[in-house]
Design a protein around this ligand. Structure first.
Ligand SMILES: Nc1nc2c(ncn2[C@@H]2O[C@H](COP(=O)(O)OP(=O)(O)OP(=O)(O)O)[C@@H](O)[C@H]2O)c(=O)[nH]1
Ligand SMILES: [Mg+2]
Length: 314
């Protein structure tokens, strides 16, 4: 765990999540005119948002990184510490302390790093609908494989009369993990959840669309930074309101990463391959229009999945 009181580290870097491990790595090489920066967001064409001790910066990986091995883990991920220059060019990714990763649904030979250098993964599941047990179990397994601490947070406790039976059941299934229930609506259980938030640590929210990740992020932030969307009445599913992974600082000093609802938590172990057609059929249920042709219609879940790199374009 990070020691927020480690006085050997520069204060500004520490507040971005810098730990003695990164400091040691940084000191192990000569890095003239280079600055440490943390990746807080990713965009098309490899554009990265960086946070440095002197403020935010946008840049791109150096050609050497782009032309290197096609291994996707060699590209910057949200949460990475990188060696950058003052123009924002990323020259090196520092070794990751932890790595939340999955098999890429777009290319099953690839590993996709969802978040790096995370201390706590909060896996959310909504109390008001049946757990999609298999998918939820995979997300918990992904979280546990990351090297970070895993906390299970059952959301929307205001929508059910008694959360206790589900809490019990979940604790039995995951006896080694902390399991809690909370509501962003009534704020019940939020104190317990806040106990998982330590200043200078990095926390990522993981869960299916609509479980309330962004609502929780806004509640913890104290203002509506993240867009949220009502779940669909007819089938209780989320609308994939969040479309990119992004890191930001909470008032308590914790760094929080909100993520898009995870459709396919592909584990880094062998599992059956879904065909693209099966995946399109499944995703179609999330499209805004029932007769969506996955062309240029607004709210098309298939196109959103292609853009997010979760489905091959063809
Ligand atoms: N009653 C109740 N509704 C909630 C709670 N938390 C979230 N919601 C609602 O659930 C819906 C989905 O919430 P989001 O925060 O957008 O869900 P998300 O997990 O970020 O979804 P994606 O971004 O699509 O992955 C919104 O209408 C929220 O207002 C809660 O604690 N109680
Ligand atoms: Mg969201």
């Amino acid at each position: 765990m990070t020691d927020p009181a480690d006085r050997s580290l520069p204060v500004d870097l520490r507040s971005l999540g810098w730990t003695p491990a990164e400091q040691k790595e940084w000191d192990s090489a000569a890095r003239p005119d280079r600055i440490p920066a943390r990746v807080t967001g990713l965009h098309r064409d490899h554009i990265v948002d960086l946070m440095t001790t002197t403020g935010a910066l946008q840049g791109r990986p150096a050609g050497r990184l782009l032309q290197g091995p096609t291994d996707a883990t060699a590209m910057p991920a949200v949460g990475d510490w990188v060696e950058a220059d003052r123009e924002g060019t990323v020259h090196e990714i520092l070794p990751r302390r932890t790595e939340l990763a999955r098999r890429s649904p777009a290319d099953r030979d690839r590993v996709q790093v969802l978040a790096a250098n995370v201390d706590v993964v909060i896996v959310l599941s909504s109390l008001n609908k049946d757990h999609e047990l298999e998918r939820f179990g995979r997300m918990v397994a992904m979280a546990e494989g990351s090297g970070a601490r895993t906390v299970i947070a059952l959301s929307k406790s205001d929508l059910i009369e008694d959360a206790e039976p589900t809490l019990e059941e979940t604790r039995e299934r995951f006896p080694n993990l902390e399991v809690l229930a909370f509501s962003s609506e009534t704020l019940s259980g939020l104190d317990r959840l806040r106990d998982s938030l330590t200043p200078t640590e990095t926390v990522v929210l993981l869960g299916s669309s609509g479980v309330g990740k962004s609502t929780l992020a806004n509640t913890l932030l104290g203002y509506e930074r993240q867009t949220t969307a009502e779940i669909r009445k007819k089938d209780d599913r989320g609308r994939h309101a969040t479309t990119s992974r992004e890191m930001f600082g909470l008032p308590c000093g914790t760094l929080l990463i909100d993520t898009p609802g995870l459709r396919a938590p592909g584990l880094l172990v062998e599992e059956p391959v879904d065909s693209r057609a099966d995946e399109i059929e499944r995703l179609s249920r999330f499209c805004k229009f029932r007769d969506c042709s996955h062309g240029n219609e607004p709210g098309c879940a298939v196109n959103a999945a292609i853009e997010a790199g979760e489905l091959p374009a063809s």
